[in-house]
Design a protein around this ligand. Structure first.
Ligand SMILES: O=P(O)(O)OC[C@H]1O[C@@H](O)[C@H](O)[C@@H](O)[C@@H]1O
Length: 299
């Protein structure tokens, strides 16, 4: 294994690091502890760095792996126990409070054959804006033959805190219309585009239009099969029993100022999550780790 190679780079307003280790190359921003891209030599990227993503201070990035925390999506669609954690009359930002703020780089160090990168977000005194709880966050990234991401929440306060969360991974695909997702057959999902009805998945998931679904009681392994790129991306989750699968398709992508009109063809989000009945109640002193390992195999 070669020596880690770390280069500090600036993408517009954001401090980032380009890290090479073995066959892997990772680009990560300090803002949001946001993985921007991940590629293994000789393959197309696994994590998608949208060409038109915007790298501005305080603006969330539409690419890579945004961290959604301490709530996922629209707060009003979360269980009451998650909504009750927020004390504010201001509108709640979608996907929580940590994706557009700076985290601290804890360290980048070799650990045996792998390389570990750690980001910390100690909870400020009084909590985050409108969210008065004392929960420390740590995002650990480990590079070996795969990319391992884990997000640990540690309740340092004296009351139970309930959160929803997701590692909102944008995967790079040859063309979303020609890939499918395995591992979902027979699961229930919430079809957010049809009045949040609960539906049962039959067979593998193929993409023929805008998709925004919350899968429930998910297994630990899901995969994206991409015949044109002759590869299978494997996702192995831990601390999670729910996943969100999202592609904006034509009209929604065209409405985004930070995505090319045809950008939707090259991405597919599978978000390893704790949402709906899978939210996490952290007792005082308790920790929870949400994780995903990402690797690929030749088809
Ligand atoms: O535009 P945002 O806040 O990054 O969210 C993108 C998408 O994120 C997904 O997780 C949601 O399920 C979608 O409903 C949402 O549109």
């Amino acid at each position: 294994m070669s020596t880690p190679n770390v280069e500090a780079v600036k993408l517009d307003e954001l401090n980032c690091w380009r890290i090479r280790h073995g066959q892997a190359e990772l680009l990560v921003a300090q803002q949001g502890a946001h993985i921007l891209s991940y590629q293994v030599a000789g393959q197309p990227p696994l994590i998608w760095l949208n060409d038109e993503a915007v790298f501005k201070a305080g603006k969330s990035i539409r690419a890579g792996v945004p961290v959604c925390w301490p709530w996922f999506g629209n707060l009003a669609r979360n269980p009451q126990s998650v909504q009750a954690m927020r004390i504010s009359s201001e509108p709640a930002a979608p996907h929580g409070l940590v994706r557009a703020i700076d985290w601290e780089l804890g360290g980048i160090e070799a650990e045996g054959e792998s390389l570990k990168i750690e980001f910390l977000l100690p909870c400020p005194e009084g909590g985050l804006p409108g969210w008065p709880h004392k929960v420390d966050l740590k995002l650990s990234i480990r590079l070996d033959e795969q990319l391992h991401i884990s997000l640990t929440s540690h309740n340092q306060g004296t009351d139970t805190v309930t959160i929803s969360q997701a590692l909102h991974s944008y995967f790079a695909v040859s063309d979303v219309r020609n890939v499918h997702v395995e591992g979902l057959d027979g699961l229930s999902y919430i079809e957010t585009l049809d009045d949040w009805k609960t539906v049962t998945q039959s067979g593998d998931l193929h993409f023929t239009g805008e998709t925004d679904r919350i899968y429930l009681d998910t297994p630990t392994q899901l995969s994206i099969v991409d015949p044109s790129w002759e590869r299978r991306i494997e996702l192995t989750s831990s601390g999670s029993r729910s996943a969100v699968i999202w592609n904006p398709w034509t009209e929604r992508a065209a409405a985004f100022s930070d995505m090319a009109d045809d950008g939707w063809q090259r991405m597919l989000c599978i978000e390893t999550a704790n949402v709906m009945g899978d939210v996490v109640a952290l007792a005082p002193g308790a920790s929870h780790t949400l994780g995903v390992s990402i690797g690929s195999k030749v088809l």
